[in-house]
Design a protein around this ligand. Structure first.
Ligand code: ATP
Ligand code: MG
Length: 222
């Protein structure tokens, strides 16, 4: 059977003269719940971008389910993102020109395996659970930061990804909604066997996770 893991070897990434990732080695098992901690600027978002196929490393290997991302063309990488990855951005990347439902359904409209109509009932159900039903037909600028964050999360999980990469998913939420989102993420991970890899500065959120990783000086400690 094909192994369902994310493995990185000696991952290096620099921006101009700054070495951000200095040889990151990581192993993530399918279905696990992992949290990445580390000070601001230590490279946590940079690592998630590489794992999510949103950027490419300078050197090193990223292997997902036995396939090296380096072998993918840009189009294959886009398919990889669409089919396997859900990405909750640290700063909410909703398109300002379309309403929230259309933002959420964008991955489904690009998918070869499903369609917006098939995904809509799940979206409505999750929006209800997260308390943002009334936001769905609004434009992103009409929403608070915390509402935008939950819309961003619903878009990320809309296609039930194998791997959900969350960059500070509760950073704009109050404590009640943080709890609701955390409970929801863990339930989803258990029920659909979705692997969670989450960056957070919130100690309460981090305490829910079974596997703790720490980014320090460009090295990841597992
Ligand atoms: N696209 C980019 N161009 C230039 N420098 C970048 C770019 N992206 C990140 N960096 C730099 O890389 C370093 C790591 O950034 P990153 O966003 O990965 O940190 P982080 O650990 O996620 O921090 P935070 O906790 O504040 O979100 C920072 O010094 C940042 O300025
Ligand atoms: Mg970050």
């Amino acid at each position: 059977m094909q192994s369902q893991t994310i493995i990185t070897r000696d991952l290096v990434k620099s921006f101009s003269n700054t070495n951000v990732l200095k040889g990151v080695n990581l192993k993530i098992d399918k279905g696990g719940q992992y949290v990445i901690k580390g000070s601001s600027g230590s490279g946590k978002s940079t690592l998630l971008y590489l794992l999510g196929g949103l950027d490419r490393p300078d050197s090193g290997v990223i292997s997902v389910d036995g396939e090296s991302l380096a072998n993918y063309s840009d189009e294959e990488l886009a398919n990889y993102r669409n089919q396997k990855i859900g990405f909750v951005f640290q700063f909410h990347f909703l398109l300002s020109s379309m309403n929230c439902m259309d933002n959420i359904l964008l991955p489904a409209s690009l998918s070869k395996k499903t369609s917006p109509n098939k995904v809509k009932p799940f979206v409505n159900e999750v929006a209800g659970l997260l308390g943002v039903t009334e936001c769905l037909d609004k434009m992103p600028f009409e929403l608070s930061g915390g509402q935008q964050q939950r819309i961003n999360l619903i878009r990320a999980i809309s296609l039930k990804p194998d791997y959900l990469l969350c960059d500070e998913p509760t950073g704009s939420l109050d404590s009640v909604n943080t709890e609701i989102v955390c409970d929801f993420l863990f339930k989803l991970s258990r029920e659909l066997n979705i692997t969670l890899l989450t960056v957070t500065h919130d100690k309460n959120v981090a305490s829910h996770f079974s596997h703790h990783l720490e980014m320090k000086d460009g090295i990841l400690y597992q």
